[in-house]
Unconditional design. Structure first.
Length: 106
């Protein structure tokens, strides 16, 4: 799975807003008979449960992307979008964290 494959999962998570809009139409505007307290509670619990499941599905897909450590589509850029030619060596990062300079050669 690639990072771009997450788009569908993200969009799906936003469909919870559509579910709430549908419920609000039924509760406030529909000419059908009024909903009972049980109907309201069950509907809201169902929407919450579906939202939790959508978010879990999105999280699972995100973890797959991280586990696969998908290489970037653009040469010279790592999976975090950082240009490889400007990345510092491990030694330089350690020195930077200690506010030290690398020894000069020559």
């Amino acid at each position: 799975m690639k990072v771009n494959d997450l788009e569908d999962k993200i969009m799906s998570a936003w469909s919870t807003a559509d579910d709430i809009d549908t419920f609000l139409y039924r509760y406030l505007d529909s000419p059908a008979e009024p909903l009972s307290e049980d109907d309201i509670s069950n509907t809201l619990i169902g929407i919450k449960t579906l939202h939790d499941q959508r978010c879990q599905k999105l999280w699972d897909a995100f973890e797959k992307v991280l586990a696969n450590n998908v290489p970037p589509d653009h040469p010279g850029i790592d999976s975090n979008g950082i240009r490889l030619d400007v990345r510092k060596s491990d030694e330089q990062r350690r020195l930077d964290s200690m506010a030290l300079e690398a020894p000069r050669s020559g």
